[in-house]
Design a protein around this ligand. Structure first.
Ligand code: CDP
Length: 719
């Protein structure tokens, strides 16, 4: 008794803190444009099984819709899944919705109602009712449970981003709503373009044997009760005059698809263009940020859209340097980067209010376009560019290219300035350029390698890939290319069906090529899976090495990393880094500092390594005797090193090149010239053949993460 009393009090305190926060947040929830639409939305979901909801970013779709639907009859026995294209959004939304519901988050408590599941991080509990997850994770779940029976409602958010995964999910869900009459689907988009989606889903009643016509006899529609649950003081007549106007065009009761548009709260935004186009967007952004800061009164934070991590970090450095030169007459500047690879805690800083007399400058990729709402922004600086993944036929690979955004993306960016008050948007391009932009971004399915998508379809039993209900059909050529790649990997059989190896690959949270490397390493003649897991874990983070920019730093890094470097190249060097780190028991922080390695990246690697290990155990790829605690791998001898590299070759036989007499490298497939990236240990060295993980285009075509291979090994693979 003596012991339990304080513990109990602590628990009560924790609960009351959560409740206090919930009550506080309720007031801001009631101000959201979507709040007065609550009753309508629940009504639409009783009338139809698919709701297509468009609404401005920030109107409350992602946070409120799952809560509106939580107490509906069809969610009583099933969970609600909410998919997101990005991890950042899945995690931050789960955190926010947990707070709004006064619930602990994820696995921290069995009482938790809200959780999230992203690659290598499942934070849910048996009591989870609302689960935010990436699109890829829901597709993974479909491999284990094709009918998604644990869910009563699936919400597909940010559909306007049109990732390959979202297109696949829509295709599968179209079949699933025909099959599972009690299932509800909400498709949400930040743009008002809903017609395509509506006609995509419109035939779900007509073509199905088990089609449900919602007509009042359906159990879900006919219960008569208007309000299935009451929570958070919801009242139907809550409205904020003047802030939200909503229009909805619900269909008659016989329709299975309903569309609804919620207008956001939008203040006027003045938009300015450059008179003369510029190539140097970093200099132009720097200039504009200081023009705003020095001329525009506070408050009002600045949100600048950059292309990627590198441009964000370069600009951050410049803004911070210049800010030091400002006199104390000006407020301080707090620069906050925002990109997908940034750790959680750093990402969360953008949501905090700036300290007194300080202006926040958020430098973001297109994450802040629609996925994440940054409070306090009144000024937007738009470079008009984004890094976009694109399949390059000439090299047969996906590359990240910096491309102009679409007009609808530019408009989304502009809108971010007017969420809380009138704002300004500075487009760092001419008005003419804006007018020449494409109206909408090209769906990913039309521009990327489709191997993973095709493997997912095959694993879900879709034999006729060309007959799959795509929202936008990819070209026959792209699908055939993907099929060919999967044949090469041994993931498909001659009859076109998925092979047992393909099934194993599809269940791993890796690309088909990396999946093939993993299953190759588990073969009795290779037996080097623990080593390969260490390397694959490293490859799943951007880089473990701290960047070295000056000549002097490069020399220092060369010496610091000497012990880790392996003459066979980057894969075995990464392995040596993991081995060194895991063997270090006393002071890992000092170890990473000594080797100029990022501790954050290394901790991520350890996380991924743990999850991969667990997944390989589950898939019976590791010997039965293996435990869930991961041993430090032994230094590979010459023979094991060769086996490891041969495994990578099995997955990446198309990423190979040979040395030419003039010292350049030419790829085996495509005969394209490729240079070894300066970040590689093999940079400046020569090898008769190389295998590499990635092909990157900056000033020229580079191979990244490169290792030496013997031409004889290639003969075995390419034969
Ligand atoms: O989905 P949509 O863009 O329509 O809006 P939302 O994500 O539901 O965001 C509604 C509001 O919730 C935002 O304007 C923020 O004030 C707040 N929010 C937040 O504070 N933190 C998050 N992670 C997500 C939303």
């Amino acid at each position: 008794m003596e012991v339990s009393r304080p513990l109990k009090r602590k628990h009560e305190d924790g609960t009351s803190n959560l409740q206090a926060k919930r009550v506080k947040l309720l007031d801001s929830r009631k101000l959201l444009p979507i709040w007065p639409r609550q009753k309508d939305i629940r009504q639409y979901m009783r009338q139809g099984r698919v709701l297509i909801l468009s609404g401005e970013t920030g109107s409350g779709k992602s946070t409120q819709i799952p809560q509106f639907l939580l107490h509906e009859p069809w969610c009583k026995s099933g969970k609600i899944a909410v998919t997101q294209p990005r991890r950042v959004a899945a995690i931050s939304l789960a955190r926010r919705v947990a707070e709004e519901l006064g619930s602990p988050l994820g696995s921290s408590s069995p009482a938790s109602k809200v959780g999230y599941s992203v690659r290598f991080d499942d934070n849910t509990s048996p009591g989870t009712r609302i689960k935010f997850l990436t699109e890829g994770m829901l597709l993974q779940e479909m491999l284990r449970d094709a009918d998604l029976k644990q869910y009563g409602c699936i919400i597909i958010d940010e559909v306007h981003e049109r990732s390959v995964n979202v297109d696949l999910l829509l295709g599968f869900l179209k079949g699933l709503v025909r099959k599972r009459r009690e299932l509800r689907v909400v498709v949400m988009s930040a743009t008002a373009d809903v017609e395509g989606l509506r006609s995509f889903f419109e035939d779900i009643s007509q073509q199905s044997d088990t089609a449900v016509v919602i007509n009042g006899t359906d159990a879900t529609a006919g219960n008569g009760a208007d309000d299935q649950g009451s929570w958070d003081g919801f009242s139907d007549d809550v409205s904020k005059p003047g802030t939200a106007s909503a229009t909805a065009n619900g269909h008659s009761q016989n329709d299975s698809v309903t569309t609804c548009h919620v207008e956001g709260r939008q203040y006027p935004v003045i938009t300015r263009y450059l008179d003369i186009a510029t190539e140097d967007v970093i200099a132009a952004s720097l200039n504009r940020i200081f023009q705003i800061h020095c001329k525009e009164p506070m408050p009002g934070d600045i949100l600048a859209f950059m292309t990627g991590q590198e441009s964000i970090q370069s600009l951050q450095k410049l803004v911070e340097e210049y800010a030091q030169g400002l006199t104390s007459d000006y407020p301080k500047l707090l620069v906050l980067p925002l990109f997908a690879a940034l750790p959680q805690a750093a990402q969360q800083r953008i949501f905090l209010p700036a300290p007194r007399n300080t202006r926040k400058v958020i430098l973001s990729t297109n994450i802040a376009e629609t996925s994440v709402t940054v409070p306090g922004v009144r000024f937007v600086v738009d470079t008009g560019k984004a890094k976009i993944k694109q399949f390059r036929n000439s090299i047969g690979l996906d590359s990240l290219l910096i491309k102009p955004i679409s007009r609808s993306s530019a408009d989304q960016r502009q809108g971010r300035a007017g969420r809380e008050a009138a704002g300004q948007c500075y487009r760092l391009y001419t008005q003419q350029s804006y007018q020449s932009l494409d109206q909408d971004p090209t769906p990913e399915i039309l521009r990327c390698d489709l191997s993973q998508a095709v493997l997912t379809m095959k694993a879900r039993g879709v034999d006729d890939i060309l007959g799959f209900p795509f929202l936008t059909s990819p070209s026959r050529e792209a699908l055939e290319k993907a099929l060919l790649h999967l044949y090469r990997l041994g993931a498909l059989q001659d009859d076109g069906k998925i092979s047992p190896a393909g099934r194993q690959i599809a269940r791993l949270p890796l690309t088909p090529s990396l999946g093939r490397v993993v299953i190759e390493a588990a073969k009795p003649e290779k037996q080097c899976l623990p080593h390969v897991i260490d390397i694959v874990a490293c490859l799943s983070v951007e880089t473990i090495w701290l960047s070295v920019e000056t000549e002097e730093a490069r020399e220092r890094a060369q010496i610091a990393r000497q012990q880790l470097q392996r003459r066979q190249g980057d894969h075995l060097t990464l392995l040596a880094a993991v081995q060194g780190y895991t063997a270090e028991n006393s002071d890992r922080k000092r170890w990473v500092d000594d080797h100029l390695i990022s501790h954050r990246a290394m901790r991520n690697v350890m996380d991924v390594r743990k999850q991969l290990w667990a997944q390989c155990l589950q898939a019976k790829l590791l010997p039965k005797a293996s435990t869930s605690s991961i041993p430090t791998t032994t230094q590979p001898d010459e023979e094991t090193s060769e086996k490891i590299l041969r495994c990578f070759l099995a997955g990446f036989s198309t990423n190979t090149a040979h040395l030419c007499p003039d010292g350049s490298y030419k790829t085996f497939s495509g005969n394209q010239t490729v240079a070894i990236h300066p970040s590689s240990w093999l940079f400046g060295r020569k090898a008769e053949g190389i295998v590499y993980q990635e092909f990157v285009f900056t000033s020229k075509a580079y191979a990244r993460n490169v290792s030496v291979v013997q031409l004889g090994w290639l003969d075995d693979i390419l034969a």
